[in-house]
Design a protein around this ligand. Structure first.
Ligand code: PHE
Length: 332
């Protein structure tokens, strides 16, 4: 191949070069260690000095031409190759939140009671001594009023110790029939340990009308227990005392974990006490201006955390408030 042919071959290669791969082929073919230009330079020693001069010049020019062509085209081809949108870049992962287990359980409970005709209402967390105690027939001597037991904001103002004051607010503002549930936060000077928290949630229930009986209270709570804990759940009523109900009872459910065989959760009794209830005390009716001859009613109240702990076998109440992602994700 003489110099002329070399030039022609180069021009042809340049003409047909359309991408980075072609460009690399050209580089190797002409400028590579065994490329045509190098080979030609080696041949120069066999030339006469005049020929060598002009051939050397031509070769240098060709070499420059190839170099600048490669430089220019490589940029152009590189640009072309880049897509304007990179479809292969990994997406940014977005974290989704979820309802807190207390909200989930509350929703389940509300659905059961609204299905039985109860309406969901709420009351203030900061309550007067009157609504929290006095109107509920809780005497001045009652231990729950103790500064050791309640958070006082002012002398007559406290963070409510239970949701029962909502009973008073509802009855004062409405005539029977009244059928409500009132969920919300309550506050007590309690330690923060596996089974206590100074703030927790309760749910209050109240049904007042002509002829409401204790049998209805039993039936309603039994339906609730079976729907919430499972159809094989049994309940039993134990005599108890609350100043605002008469008669009063404590309700226990058959242990959801051992099915009454006895285990550490139920203290080997087979039963778990889960709520307080009773027939509304006539003195409470008097306090809200209801006719005690005409109306009767029942009320109940329970801790939402406790219900959740039993149903989902959560061993420590503090898990609800610590915002551990691993715990919360179980409920996603
Ligand atoms: N308020 C009571 C408590 O906090 C529960 C209760 C509510 C009992 C309604 C009877 C009727 O323990």
């Amino acid at each position: 191949m003489d110099l002329k042919e070399l030039k022609i071959s180069l021009e042809e290669d340049i003409k047909s070069c359309s991408n980075l791969e072609d460009l690399e082929k050209i580089r190797v073919k002409y400028l590579g260690r065994k490329g045509l230009i190098k080979e030609y330079f080696k041949k120069l020693k066999d030339f006469s000095s005049d020929e060598r001069k002009s051939a050397g010049k031509t070769l240098n020019e060709l070499q420059e031409r190839i170099k600048s062509f490669i430089e220019e085209k490589s940029k152009e081809f590189e640009e072309k190759r880049k897509p304007s949108i990179d479809l292969f870049i990994p997406g940014r992962k977005s974290e989704t939140g979820s309802l807190h287990p207390i909200s989930i359980v509350l929703k389940e409970i509300e659905e059961i009671f609204t299905g039985m005709g109860f309406e969901v209402v709420s009351g203030p967390e900061m309550e007067s001594d009157y609504h929290n105690f006095e109107a509920l027939n809780i005497s001045k001597e009652h231990p729950t009023r103790d500064e050791q037991a309640s958070f006082f904001v002012e002398e007559e103002l406290i963070l409510r110790t239970h949701t029962s004051p909502v009973q008073i607010r509802v009855m004062k503002s409405r005539k029977p029939p009244v059928r409500i549930i009132a969920p919300g936060k309550v506050y007590r000077v309690d330690p923060f340990d596996p089974s206590h928290s100074p703030v927790f949630h309760q749910l209050e229930g109240l049904y007042v009308d002509e002829g409401v009986s204790f049998a209805e209270l039993k039936g309603t709570l039994e339906i609730f227990a079976k729907e919430f804990f499972g159809a094989d759940t049994e309940i039993k009523f134990l005599p108890s005392y609350f100043p605002f109900t008469e008669p009063s009872a404590e309700v226990a459910i058959s242990c959801a974990i051992c099915k009454r065989k006895g285990c550490s959760t139920c203290g080997y009794t087979g039963w778990l006490e889960v709520l307080g209830c009773g027939m509304v005390h006539p003195r409470v009716f008097e306090n809200v201006g209801y006719n005690t001859e005409k109306y009767t009613g029942y009320a109940f109240g329970f801790g939402i955390e406790r219900m959740a702990m039993i149903k989902y076998r959560i061993p420590d109440i503090r898990l609800f408030y610590e915002n551990e992602i691993d715990f919360l994700e179980i409920f996603k």
